[in-house]
Design a protein around this ligand. Structure first.
Ligand code: HEC
Ligand code: HEC
Ligand code: HEC
Ligand code: HEC
Ligand code: HEC
Ligand code: HEC
Ligand code: HEC
Length: 269
């Protein structure tokens, strides 16, 4: 703040110097913009949960009793979430389970460590934007415990990339189908879109649209079927301009079997 004010009143804006400070200020603005845009995407807060009187001990401490959880933990995005702690660079397991000194010293006494399966609030501490998604008008019922973050995200395995930790991105990975077997098929007439996975059409956490759809109208389908568009919205050989006014592609009585059909190649029923 101060330096900005100084330069405003000072020589930078006077006489000759102005000629080159314009570009210089521009450069500063540009550099700050780049800097800001590099820094702000890390919007995930880092607030590991707290347990009264307990301190962080680091993942190594958990290894002796919970070896099975370590097989591929190092490759998960939570393995080295940095924290501000005088002795530890990262806390690994305790990112979600909270400081483990009491639990560890007591040899695993009951109720000395957090199990996030019981509530998503631990995850929401850092993934605050997810709390919002689960409060959209149509959402997976996470708050009343019918479904849990770990039904879809395996916190202990999986590589660091988004696509892989969210291991259910493709139908062959089948996580959605565990709970929604009606969409499994095989159908006599498959909808090729299903190859892209459920999340090409559905938001997995929540959405303002019915059935957690990514779009509320035909835009959903035109994302893939628009390449054939022309003045009379010809799709699959049939002009769709007037049909589109009847409702969405799947509610107008035309393509109600969006996931696949046993009777109709145009996914009608
Ligand atoms: C000295 C052995 C020991 C150490 C060290 C240890 N635990 Fe445990 N832990 C246990 C035992 C025993 C249980 C109870 C297991 C059971 O009943 O199934 C347990 C249970 C748990 C549970 C389930 C709690 C619940 O309420 O469901 C979690 C989570 C857990 N440990 C995490 C950790 C983490 C994280 C660390 C490292 C900070 C750690 N443990 C270190 C022995 C240990
Ligand atoms: C991203 C958050 C997260 C991290 C990091 C994490 N866990 Fe977990 N942990 C969970 C969740 C969620 C559950 C409950 C669901 C489940 O069992 O998968 C759980 C459950 C457990 C349990 C109890 C299983 C039971 O009996 O209910 C143990 C023990 C455990 N974790 C140990 C560890 C150890 C050891 C590490 C580090 C190597 C670790 N966790 C890292 C989220 C995490
Ligand atoms: C019904 C399954 C499901 C549940 C339950 C679920 N997620 Fe997800 N989540 C996904 C899928 C699928 C993706 C990948 C989204 C994509 O690729 O479009 C994802 C992506 C994410 C991402 C990456 C950011 C993003 O938007 O791509 C975070 C963080 C996340 N989930 C956190 C959570 C937390 C925290 C919970 C529990 C409060 C949770 N999820 C519950 C399925 C689920
Ligand atoms: C202490 C903070 C913290 C807690 C608690 C936490 N996370 Fe994370 N999580 C992170 C950070 C940091 C990342 C890496 C973010 C990034 O690189 O964009 C991450 C990444 C993720 C991703 C992958 C996102 C992607 O784009 O690949 C998912 C999914 C996720 N967390 C789910 C969970 C779930 C489920 C829980 C609760 C069991 C949880 N997290 C608890 C901090 C946390
Ligand atoms: C652990 C079980 C479970 C998993 C896994 C799961 N769901 Fe769900 N899903 C539910 C429950 C429970 C509901 C709420 C059902 C209700 O209210 O009738 C629901 C509702 C839905 C709905 C809205 C249904 C309606 O009638 O409004 C859609 C769409 C949906 N899930 C898609 C998905 C997708 C896509 C995935 C994978 C990313 C997925 N689900 C994974 C349990 C699950
Ligand atoms: C091409 C887009 C698309 C894909 C891909 C897709 N869905 Fe849907 N899904 C829809 C539409 C559109 C609806 C609304 C249908 C309606 O209201 O009649 C729907 C509705 C649902 C419902 C609500 C039940 C019902 O019949 O109303 C569930 C559950 C569901 N989908 C799960 C899934 C699962 C699981 C997958 C992945 C295996 C998936 N969907 C893939 C478009 C899609
Ligand atoms: C992810 C891309 C994608 C999305 C989104 C998508 N589709 Fe498809 N759809 C395809 C592909 C690929 C085919 C097979 C090739 C073709 O016929 O164009 C197909 C085929 C079809 C067919 C069969 C055409 C025939 O006669 O064989 C119908 C009907 C259809 N889609 C309707 C829909 C509807 C309705 C929606 C919106 C709910 C939708 N599609 C969303 C990719 C998509």
């Amino acid at each position: 703040m101060k330096s900005w004010k100084n330069s405003h009143n000072g020589s930078l804006f006077n006489g000759k110097t102005f000629g080159f400070t314009g570009p210089v200020l521009g450069l500063i603005a540009f550099v700050s913009l780049v800097w800001i845009s590099c820094v702000t995407p890390d919007s995930v807060f880092r607030m590991p949960p707290d347990i009264p009187d307990a301190d962080f001990v680091g993942s190594e401490d958990c290894l002796s009793c919970h070896e099975t959880y370590f097989t591929s933990f190092d490759a998960t995005p939570h393995a080295d979430v940095p924290v501000h702690h005088e002795d530890l660079e990262s806390i690994g397991c305790e990112v979600c389970h909270g400081p483990g000194s009491i639990h560890s010293d007591s040899g695993g006494a009951y109720d000395t460590i957090i199990n996030p399966r019981k509530s998503p609030s631990v995850c929401f501490r850092c993934h605050a934007e997810m709390r919002g998604q689960f409060h959209l008008p149509n959402h997976h019922p996470i708050e009343d415990g019918q479904i849990n973050c770990s039904d879809c995200h395996d916190p202990h395995h999986g590589t660091a990339t988004t696509g892989n930790l969210n291991f259910l991105n493709r139908p062959e990975d089948a996580t959605c189908l565990n709970c929604h077997p009606e969409q499994r098929g095989p159908f006599v007439f498959q909808h090729e879109a299903m190859r892209e996975g459920c999340t090409i059409c559905h938001d997995p956490h929540g959405s303002i649209n019915a059935k957690m759809l990514k779009e509320r109208n035909s835009v959903l389908c035109l994302k893939c079927h628009a390449q054939e568009l022309n003045s009379d919205l010809r799709i699959g050989g049939l002009p769709h301009r007037f049909l589109m006014r009847e409702g969405t592609c799947w509610t107008a009585g035309c393509h109600e079997a969006v996931h696949g059909s046993h009777v109709s190649s145009s996914l009608r029923f």
